[in-house]
Write a new protein. Sequence first.
Length: 238
Amino acid sequence: MNICYCFDRNYYDLTMISANSVKEHNPDANFYFFTNDVTSWQYAKLKEIGRVIEYKKELLSDFTKDLCGYKHVSIACFVRLLIPKYLPDLNRAIYLDCDTVCQGSLKDFYNTDFENNYIIGCQGIDVSKRQAKELGIDFYINSGVLLFNIPLMNENKYFDYIKSNWRGCLGLPQVFSADETIINYVFHKKIKLISEKYNYCYNRKYTDREVPPDKVIIWHVTGADKRNIEKCLNMIKP
């Protein structure tokens, strides 16, 4: 099972919390850490549990945090777009935001049939319906948990396709979440939905789509305030 994180030094601690929670319930997990901005001791710790990948920032030069109004967005948010490009020998990989907490096995999710899709993900919170309408698509996924069909994406030169097509979403009244909107806008016809239990946003509204806390596999503490990570951890402890 291949698990990927993309982050900078400011999110190192959260990444370690998330990775440890994954490892606890998925001991066969292989970790890939995409980062160019960690201290030497952080780098050493990461290498103890996985592979560290230092990506080329110039590949993402077109994408900036100015694409949305969130101050906590950084270039690291766009690095998930590089995962299939940098891991071409893998068949599939799960991307996780560093503000996620795992409380169960990811085996069923990881082995889900792609059915010729590029990405498997979970529909977002209530506001995602408005986001989908604005983009002119059927649904809008939260990009904090993604399963990539790496061979098919690379076969079809997915990254070139992103660079050629993503700018169409810039004409919209509001780009809600930069990297997330790009993924939805560009690949909406190649995304398969899976249960929200694999990416359930903590303390957010899912009208008529609620998942009981004991059924959630991955909690996602969205937003700039990450102090809720501790609340979430305390909530899921046995």
